[in-house]
Design a protein around this ligand. Structure first.
Ligand code: DAH
Length: 346
């Protein structure tokens, strides 16, 4: 090997590096290429080793030329490294881009059933007046559902409710009033309970369903009068239907109350002037109530000469239909999500 020989080789190597660098586009390929050129046993190092074979006087010059090539190569590799690094970074950013304007995946949330909303609202209204909740069984003894409520076997009032019997003595409760007896048997007055739950009757049309829900209330203490019932009902009506809504009591009949009343609220739609909702009367019937019959108290071991009480019972579906303007009771049992999702709380 001599000077010209070396110069030729260097030119060749330079050209090779240049063309290789121009087509290299990944850091891995660049690393390998750099190793093959500038590495310990790379081509430039091999050239350096070849200096030994040159005549002594040519070595310094040839050494200088090789070093110059090494500097040149290092500079070009550094440039290529920077170029590839930037390109790779750009590609990575592009691939990891998140489009923050894309709509997210919304999880569908459920909605509370109107019955649940009303039940909770009623509980919260009455809890504010000191009532606690008692839930009785849905399959009830004839005794609790009827007999203890002053409705013995031959009593005509049994016809008021078409009953589903399970056996001659067991039935699907027709009224949450059964809960009153269970509470009075266990607890001495003062009593202030609310008893929500499902009830069953063989009845089926646009305003009746074989299964529906009721909310029962019972207050027993010394000196309870019909005025206490009226005061509590006014408070309840204003809270559930809006302030300004009044109540009125009409005489009625239930075997377990004496006197018994039917309770109307002034029409919250027209303010009492008369409209479609109140059928032109200005009043809407919402519940049954009365003073607990002495015979019922006695049967539960409560002395009617010391204690008195009032009770009331309302249909939860009826309240929901009135409050939300639902005209067909069946909608409350069909489970149609297009109907139900309208009650989703915001
Ligand atoms: N249990 C009655 C019914 O289902 C409703 C009712 C009326 C409940 C008067 C009462 C009451 O507690 O005092 O029709």
């Amino acid at each position: 090997m001599n000077d010209t020989n070396i110069a030729e080789k260097l030119e060749e190597l330079k050209a090779k590096i240049e063309s290789s660098l121009s087509v290299t586009d990944s850091s891995k390929a660049l690393y390998e290429l750099k190793n093959a050129c500038l590495g310990r046993s790379g081509e430039i190092s091999e050239l350096m080793k070849g200096l030994r074979d040159l005549p002594k006087e040519e070595r310094p010059q040839a050494g200088k030329t090789i070093n110059a090539l090494r500097d040149w190569a290092e500079e070009h590799f550094a440039e290529a490294e920077e170029r590839i690094k930037q390109a790779e970074l750009k590609a990575r950013y592009a691939s990891e881009t998140i489009d923050v304007t894309l709509p997210g995946n919304r999880h569908k949330t459920g909605a509370y059933h109107p019955n649940t909303l009303i039940k909770r609202e009623l509980i919260s209204i009455f809890a504010g007046m000191g009532f606690t909740v008692f839930e009785g069984p849905e399959i009830e003894n004839d005794y609790y559902n009827f007999t203890a409520l002053n409705t013995p076997k031959d009593h005509p009032a049994r016809d008021m409710q078409d009953t589903f019997y399970v056996t001659s003595d067991l039935l699907l409760r027709t009224q949450t009033s059964a809960g009153q007896i269970r509470v009075m048997e266990k607890q001495a007055p003062p009593i202030k309970i609310l008893s929500p739950g499902k009830v069953y009757r063989s009845d089926d049309d646009a305003t009746h369903s074989p299964m529906f829900s009721q909310m029962e209330g019972l207050v027993v203490d010394k000196g309870i009068t019909l005025c206490d019932l009226k005061g509590m009902l006014d408070e309840f009506a204003a809270k559930i239907f809006g302030s300004g809504v009044k109540t009125r009591l009409r005489p009625s009949y239930f075997p377990f109350t004496e006197p018994s009343v039917e309770v109307d609220v002034s029409c919250f739609e027209c303010g009492g002037k008369g409209c479609k909702l109140c059928k032109g009367t200005g009043w809407i019937e919402v519940l049954g109530a009365g003073m607990v019959n002495r015979r019922v108290l006695e049967g539960c071991g409560v002395d009617p000469d010391v204690y008195s009480g009032f009770a009331f019972g309302m249909g939860i579906e009826r309240i929901a239909m009135l409050k939300y303007g639902i005209n067909n009771m069946k909608m409350l049992f069909e489970g149609d999500t297009r109907f139900l999702r309208q009650f989703r709380m915001q």
